[in-house]
Design a protein around this ligand. Structure first.
Ligand SMILES: O=C(O)CCC(=O)c1ccccc1C(=O)O
Ligand SMILES: [Mg+2]
Length: 372
C-alpha cells in the first residue's frame, strides 16, 4: 500500500459529566476530561484516537496537560516529519520517548484507524480480530452503603452484563463481596482494588478464596510484581494485573514470576495498538487469559476497545460497557449499545463510528491543529 503522509493533526480537549460519580480507592471522577486526536492524510482521509489520561495523576503519572504537552511538542512533530508505510512505524518513532503511554496511544490509535479506513476494512479485521460480537462486562465504583452496592449489581445483572466488577478497598471489601455473592450466587464476579492492599493483608485476601471470584485485580502496589507473586502463591483467587503492566515485557516477567494468572490490557496504559498486539500475541502463545480494561472513555476509545476485544486471545469479558453506562450522550454515533450482554463489532471501515460534530462543539474546551 502506498505511503501515508500525515498532513494535519488536530487535538480536541473535551469535558463530559459522568451520569454518576465513579468512586475508586484512589479518586472520585465526576467530570471526565479527555483529548480526542484526529489525523488527516494527503487524500483528506481521517483517523481518530483518544487520550485517556485523567486531569490529575491518580491512576498513572500522566495527566491531560502532560499528554497535551508531549503530543504537541514531541509526538506530533514525529508524525508530521515523514510518511508512514504502516501504523507500527508510528510506534517505532514514539519509542524514543520514555513512557507517556496515553499520549502515544492517542496518536497511534488515530493512525491505525486511518490505515484501516484506507484499506477499506474495519479496524477489528485490520488487526486480526475474529469476533462479530464481544461479551460486555461492567465496572461498579464504590458505593456509600453495602445495600447500594448490591442494588447496583442487581441493576447491571438485569441489564444483561456478562461479568460484574466492583471496586474494593480495605474496610469496604469482604463483607460487600459476600453480600453480592449471597444475592447473586451465579454471577461472574470480580474485584478491583487499585493497589490498596499490602502483603500484611494476605490473611484477609485468603478469606475470599471461597467466594468464587473470577479474579482480584491489582491488589498490591501499582509498580509491583514481586509481592504479587508472594500473594498469588498464598491465595486461590487468580490475581490479575492492571497498573503493573505497561508492555509485553512486563507481561512476560509477571507471568514467569507467578505474579498473576490474568492480564488486563488497556491501549492507553501500554502506549497503543502495537504494544497491545504484542501482549495479545504473547498471552495467546502462553495460554494466559486476557481482557480489555476501561478508562471511563468516550465513544472513540470505546470503539478502539471493541476492535481490540474482537481478537481471539481476549478470553474474558472486559470493562467495555454501553455508552449509556457512563454518558447522557456520547460523542459518537451510533452509540455503543449492549444487547443480551453483547456488543456488536462494527464492520464499517476503521473504528466504524463517527464523531457527533455538533455535540463535540458542546463539550469542547480546547482545540488546536498542527501541519508540517
Ligand atoms: O468501566 C470502565 O471504564 C473501567 C472502570 C475502572 O475500573 C477504571 C476506571 C478508571 C481508571 C482505572 C480503572 C481500573 O480498571 O482500575
Ligand atoms: Mg483496574
Amino acid at each position: 500500500m502506498k505511503a501515508v503522509s500525515i498532513r494535519k493533526v488536530t487535538l480536541y480537549q473535551i469535558r463530559m459529566p459522568l451520569r454518576a460519580p465513579f468512586v475508586t480507592s484512589l479518586a472520585t471522577v465526576t467530570d471526565r476530561e479527555l483529548i480526542l486526536a484526529e489525523v488527516t492524510d494527503q487524500d483528506g482521509m481521517t483517523g481518530f484516537g483518544e487520550c485517556v489520561a485523567f486531569d490529575t495523576p491518580w491512576y498513572t503519572e500522566e495527566t491531560v496537560k502532560t499528554a497535551w504537552h508531549v503530543m504537541e511538542d514531541i509526538l506530533i512533530p514525529l508524525l508530521l516529519e515523514e510518511s508512514l508505510a504502516h501504523p507500527t512505524e508510528a510506534a517505532g518513532r514514539f519509542a524514543l520517548v520514555r513512557r507517556h503511554f496515553m499520549a502515544k496511544a492517542a496518536l497511534e490509535g488515530a493512525v491505525w484507524d486511518l490505515f484501516a479506513k484506507r484499506a477499506g476494512v474495519s479496524l477489528a479485521r485490520y488487526v486480526g480480530g475474529t469476533r462479530e460480537r464481544i461479551a460486555s462486562g461492567v465496572a461498579i465504583g464504590a458505593q456509600p452503603t453495602l445495600e447500594a452496592m448490591v442494588e447496583q449489581v442487581g441493576r447491571r445483572v438485569a441489564e444483561g452484563y456478562r461479568r460484574i466488577k466492583v471496586k474494593i478497598k480495605p474496610g469496604a471489601d469482604g463483607e460487600i463481596l459476600s453480600a453480592i455473592r449471597q444475592a447473586y450466587p451465579e454471577v461472574p464476579l470480580m474485584a478491583d482494588a487499585n493497589s490498596s492492599y499490602t502483603l500484611q493483608d494476605i490473611e484477609r485476601l485468603k478469606e475470599w478464596d471461597d467466594l468464587d471470584l473470577l479474579m482480584i485485580e491489582q491488589p498490591l502496589a501499582a509498580d509491583d510484581i514481586i509481592d504479587h507473586a508472594r500473594l498469588q502463591q498464598a491465595i486461590r483467587t487468580p490475581v490479575c494485573l492492571d497498573e503493573s503492566i505497561t508492555s509485553a515485557e512486563d507481561v512476560r516477567k509477571a507471568v514467569q514470576l507467578g505474579s498473576c494468572r490474568i492480564i488486563n490490557v488497556k491501549l492507553g496504559r501500554v502506549g497503543g495498538w502495537t504494544e497491545a498486539l504484542r501482549i495479545h500475541e504473547w498471552c495467546r502463545e502462553h495460554g494466559v487469559d486476557l481482557w480489555c480494561g476501561g478508562m471511563l472513555e468516550s465513544g472513540i476509545a470505546r470503539a478502539h476497545n471493541i476492535a481490540l476485544a474482537s481478537l481471539p486471545g481476549f478470553t474474558l469479558p472486559g470493562d467495555i460497557s454501553a455508552s449509556a453506562r457512563y454518558w447522557e450522550k456520547d460523542v459518537i454515533h451510533p452509540e455503543v449499545v449492549v444487547e443480551e450482554g453483547m456488543i456488536r463489532v462494527p464492520t464499517e471501515p476503521g473504528i466504524g463510528v463517527d464523531l457527533d460534530w455538533e455535540y463535540l462543539e458542546h463539550v469542547m474546551v480546547r482545540k488546536q491543529s498542527w501541519t508540517p
